[in-house]
Ligand binder design. Sequence first.
Ligand code: FMN
Ligand code: SF4
Ligand code: SF4
Length: 250
Amino acid sequence: MFLYFSGTGNSAWAARGLAEATGDRAVDVTGPGLVSAPDVTSEERVGLVFPIYTWGVPEPVLALAARLDPPEPAFAFAVCTYGSEAGNALDALGRAFRLDGAYGIPMPNNYVMGSELESRAAALEKLSRARESVRAIAEEVLSRHGGRHVDVGPLAGLKSGVVNRAFNKFGRGTSSFAVTSACDGCGLCARRCPAGAIKMDGGRPVWSSPSCLMCSRCINGCPRSAIQYGKGAERRGRYSLDALLAELGD
Ligand SMILES: Cc1cc2nc3c(=O)[nH]c(=O)nc-3n(C[C@H](O)[C@H](O)[C@H](O)COP(=O)(O)O)c2cc1C
Ligand code: SF4
Ligand code: SF4
């Protein structure tokens, strides 16, 4: 079983590809309302698939991991997707969840609130390499090959320590989100926010929680590109995995 958390689809795409290649199933655990952890007692393999957020593991994934108890014969593992590096994020996960194996897949960056997106050509190149990574990881998982196969990057201790803690404390505020006049009130952002942080009020979205997961689903997924986050996001494009996949003919 591949349990996936995904803001903008990269990790969902990887989890579905892995499930297909291993004859297993992918289960979406993104979003509010996940009351009980899925039953994994009779699973042959239990994998968590998720994005890296500021050299850390998204909080809901850590919380779920702590509630899962894969049976001893099952192969328990993690697959993280990231733009370039995960730091020591997997160490924190390993304290909550048995990690017989850990794998990383570089994928296009989606963090449009805080960083530049790569060029279309670079994103397409990453995505076609990611297809190969999915196939290779599926083989590893089927043959129960363990070990860590993750791009850690330089200064990992600092980034996954102090910097990640600062992000979780100060970098997840919603006060910089704003909606332009292009919004038509469709409500998609509110319905799809995995943190339940957006409410519709008088036909306009309002960020009703002071902080959120920063998954970037709302800002990248708005069909009218009506969501902004400070000045930086105004001049950046928006990330769409579907558009890239269409260009690759998938
Ligand atoms: C808040 C945030 C922080 C991120 N931090 C990192 C990071 O530390 N390292 C990295 O390589 N990519 C980082 N990224 C990029 C994502 O990990 C990457 O695009 C991932 O594949 C997105 O997966 P998803 O579409 O399943 O949400 C970050 C993205 C977001 C939204
Ligand atoms: S998804 Fe975009 S257009 Fe729809 S309500 Fe949200 S901000 Fe407005
Ligand atoms: S408000 Fe936007 S960025 Fe924050 S958790 Fe919800 S969808 Fe993700």
